[in-house]
Design a protein around this ligand. Structure first.
Ligand code: GTP
Length: 234
């Protein structure tokens, strides 16, 4: 099987790692996701991962808290998820390196772009923790930024919907899913694919985004090998 891409930035939502539990980690789910990633890596695809932290904490949960502090807590949540993923990926037989955008060198390597690329060239999966390392940015923006830095061919946004719809498919049974969309459609129509900072970063750097459902973890492998899945933003 020929993979469609050489280097992919996989963006996983934190909730995806919680499985049916909605909160925290369900390690069986983590392992299923890791097995699908392993099948992709076995095709020779270079894979980097950015994971969210919403299964533990989101900056906006902070309510009356100082936003910067609440975002720092969210970044720590992404590190928990990064370590869980690293463990799962090692269990399925992959080499992994975790790099964080905020130094915590007893736990993970610091983020060094050239080193991340070198790891991928050696067949290692690189997981980027802490988002961009800055408050006020989402992990979607971190995915867009890291994808641009490492010259990824595409961002896989694995999420909890099949793709991007013209209205909410949960409330409108006639909602239609788009096969492809332009960045400007996403920006102008306020479609909830990703926030505008992330979308414009992808537009400026010509990085396509494939949005697809992770409820079946094998979709990561399908997206890597088949054309007819999810919505492509380009
Ligand atoms: P190569 O130099 O390409 O062989 O990469 P490598 O990552 O195998 O070598 P290195 O000797 O740099 O790292 C060995 C191990 O130490 C790997 O598991 C790294 O993830 C880990 N490591 C390297 N730097 C740090 C760091 O700053 N903090 C932590 N916690 N681990 C690190």
């Amino acid at each position: 099987m020929q993979p469609r891409f050489k280097r992919v930035l996989l963006k996983l939502s934190g909730e995806a790692l919680a499985g049916g539990k909605k909160f925290g980690l369900d390690f069986d789910t983590v392992l299923k996701i890791c097995s699908s990633i392993k099948k992709c890596a076995d095709l020779g695809v270079q894979i980097a991962i950015v994971v969210g932290g919403g299964n533990f904490w989101r900056g906006r949960f902070g309510g009356k808290m100082d936003r910067t502090r609440a975002d720092h807590m969210g970044m720590l949540a992404t590190v928990i998820n990064s370590l869980a993923l690293a463990d799962g990926l090692e269990q399925v037989g992959l080499d992994v390196r975790v790099q964080t955008g905020i130094d915590m060198k007893e736990i993970a390597e610091p983020y060094i772009r050239n080193r991340a690329v070198r790891h991928m060239e050696k067949g290692r999966i690189v997981i980027f923790g802490c988002g961009t390392g800055n408050p006020f940015f989402s992990t979607d923006t971190a995915a867009a930024l890291r994808a641009a830095e490492i010259d990824a061919d595409i961002i896989f946004k694995a999420t909890n919907v099949d793709g991007v719809y013209d209205s909410d498919p949960k409330t409108n049974k006639d909602a239609k899913m788009f096969d492809t969309l332009s960045y400007l459609d996403v920006l102008n129509c306020g479609l909830q694919v990703m926030d505008s900072t992330a979308a414009s970063l992808c537009m400026d750097n010509n990085i396509p985004i494939l949005v697809f459902n992770l409820s079946d973890p094998d979709n990561i492998y399908r997206a890597m090998t088949e054309g007819n899945i999810g919505t492509m933003v380009k």
